[in-house]
Design a protein around this ligand. Structure first.
Ligand code: F6P
Length: 328
């Protein structure tokens, strides 16, 4: 018989992402639906260690489904990486008689949850929230879809000014280790070239591609660069390289930065967050622990946290080919 969950805590941790609030709302309301007491923990693991949590009910989460960021705040806690830190968090949970936690975040958040579960046999469930879409076990992480729409909107605007002045723009998008944002927005924004960490295209190919664009009659160009791209030069060095080695280009750089993580979540992210919250709470009620909820083939599925953390998401080769053909 699974241990009955009477009290549950939810928190957000790591980099925020649009849809986190919708997920908090879903967890809180699913708890209310099942008569489980729910606590909201502030500042992720840091708040857990400090006992910074308070009861939440269905009304505490009104008016947040459409809000970016996270009402529970987020943090990257160094102390929770220590055994003493985790012991403090466990003590606070025991003191408040909390039976399970739902952790909303990315791979760092899940690593913490998994270790905590192993050390204290404490029930944990993960909800993947990061704009990077770099978690195995879900086709979409919370915030990815919203970030794509935000970035495409920005690229459309950059294109207006790029074409007015016949300029080449290097646009840097987020993606420390992965190029999912870059690849998708590159296609959707009509980029001439997309530089991602998974593929080392080399400078020569970039130069060839720009020359081809020029001779085929293009007067302005957009190159999307993922921040973790491995071409060996940062975006400003890329500009310098083109300035120094290619004739006739008027180059500008635009680093989109943290605006990509803000803004109201898309309809897709709100629905996904609502589904994930329900699945997370009900899975804990069934006695499941140490899993992450995710979207696989349109259905809510569970993936062991270990697999979610250790696995590496693969770049979609079909999208890569489409982007090649589109930049002809
Ligand atoms: O959330 C992941 C991410 O968006 C990365 O793509 C990016 O490198 C990082 O966050 C930036 O994090 P910070 O908020 O710590 O600057």
């Amino acid at each position: 018989m699974p241990r009955k969950i009477k009290k549950l805590a939810v928190f957000t941790s790591g980099g925020d992402s649009p849809g986190m609030n919708a997920a908090i709302r879903s967890v809180v309301r699913t708890c209310a639906y099942h008569n489980i007491e729910c606590f909201g923990v502030y500042r992720g693991y840091q708040g857990l260690m400090e006992g910074d949590f308070e009861p939440m009910n269905a009304r505490s989460v009104r008016g947040i489904i459409n809000k970016g960021g996270t009402i529970l705040k987020s943090a990257r806690s160094k102390d929770f990486r220590t055994k003493e830190g985790r012991q403090k968090a466990f003590d606070k949970l025991v003191e408040a008689e909390i039976d399970a936690i739902v952790a909303i975040g990315g791979d760092g958040t899940f690593t913490g949850a998994m270790i905590f579960n192993q050390e204290f046999d404490f029930p944990v469930m993960g909800i993947p929230g990061t704009i990077d879409n770099d978690i195995v076990g879900t086709s979409h992480t919370l915030g990815f879809d919203t970030a794509l729409n935000t970035v495409v909107d920005a690229i459309d605007k950059i294109r207006d000014t790029a074409s007015s002045h016949n300029r080449l723009f290097f646009v840097e998008v987020m993606g420390r280790d992965v190029g999912h944002i870059a690849l998708n927005v590159g296609i959707a924004g009509g980029a001439e070239e997309i530089l991602i960490p998974e593929e080392d295209l080399g400078l020569e190919r970039l130069v060839d591609s720009l020359n081809r664009s020029r001779t085929s009659g293009k007067s302005s160009s957009i190159v999307v660069v993922a921040e973790g791209d491995k071409i060996g030069k940062n975006i400003f060095e890329l500009k310098d390289y083109v300035d120094e080695n290619m004739e006739g280009y008027d180059v500008r750089v635009s680093v989109l930065g943290h605006m990509q993580r803000g803004g109201p979540p898309s309809c897709f992210d709100r629905v996904l967050a609502s589904r994930m919250g329900v699945k997370a709470v009900e899975s804990l009620m069934e006695g499941k622990t140490n899993y992450m909820v995710g979207l696989i083939d349109g259905k809510m599925e569970l993936t062991p946290l270990d697999n979610a953390i250790k696995g590496k998401t693969k770049i979609n080769l079909e999208l890569l080919r489409v982007s090649d053909i589109m930049s002809t």
